[in-house]
Structure formats: structure tokens, C-alpha cells
Design a protein around this ligand. Sequence first.
Ligand code: ADP
Length: 161
Amino acid sequence: MVAIYPGSFDPITLGHLDIITRSSKLYDKVVVVVSRNPTKNPLFTVDERMAQIRKTTQHLENVEVDSFNGLTVNYAKKLRAKVLLRGLRVLSDFEKELQMAHTNKTLSDEIETVFLATSTEYGFLSSSLVKEIAKFGGPIDHLVPEHIALDVERCYGQNLV
Ligand code: ADP
């Protein structure tokens, strides 16, 4: 069975990687899909994020990386994926995610949203938090893979005035 894991991944964190690793043991194929829908000022381009995810997941044989534009359910249908994966961290995630899952169900009855609970050590972790710390010169190498930490630090290093 194919599962898609859509998101912004700006950038991929150890929390995302944990969800990808665990789901790769549950499904035949997991496709991590970067949303091309315009978001709030991304730090990395979609192509950069895809390259970062590919490098981060290169050891996982059944994980692929792609991007999509438009409705997630349409992308899932195109791929014949029946499962849409999302991660849950805190209660505030739940409200938003449940609304999205219900909305997607009205758009396609065939696709099931499956939630994986965050591992306890990553419950606080988000891409925004990583960028917030890096912006002020704090350490992020315990939150993202080493090559991502270098990418993020390079961005803020160059942007510092
Ligand atoms: P989006 O903008 O679609 O929320 P994100 O890249 O922020 O994109 O998140 C993609 C998915 O990964 C979401 O389902 C989010 O809840 C989940 N996620 C993000 N960080 C973590 C984490 N630390 N642990 C578990 N799930 C996470």
C-alpha cells in the first residue's frame, strides 16, 4: 500500500524524519510530498527542500520524494495512494488536522488520513522553531540532520546585516 506524507518541510526536521522512518515500516511505499502551494515566506525553495529530504531519507529504500500543486487528494488519486499521513504533536495540531481530514474526506471518500503520534522527544519540534533559533544564532544540530543545520545556518549567515 502506498502512503503520501504531505507538508511544507521548510526544512525537514528530526521530527519529520521520525514519522517517515516509522511509516516506512508500515507501508510498501511512502512518498514525501512538498507542497508547492504558496506559503508564508519559505526559507528554502521547493527544489531545495526536495533535495534536502532526498538526502535525509536516502537510507530508506521505500521512500520517495515529490512535490505537488493544488489539492492533496488529487495528488493522492494520481498516485493511487489510499493513505495520507500526518503527524500529531500537541492538542492544537489535532484541531487543525481533524478539520483537514474531514475536509479531505468530503473531497474523496477513498483516501484515509492516518495520524502518527510524535515520538516524545520531538513533541515540541517544528520547522519554524528551528528557523527561529537559527535566526538568533542558536544551535540547531540536535533538531535537524547535520546537512540541514549547515544549510539553515548558511542562509541566516548570509542574511545577517
Ligand atoms: P504543514 O505546513 O503541512 O503543516 P509541516 O512541514 O509543518 O507542514 O508538517 C508536515 C506534517 O508533519 C504535519 O502533519 C505535522 O503535524 C507533522 N510534523 C511536523 N513536525 C513534527 C514532529 N516534531 N513530530 C511529529 N509530526 C510532526
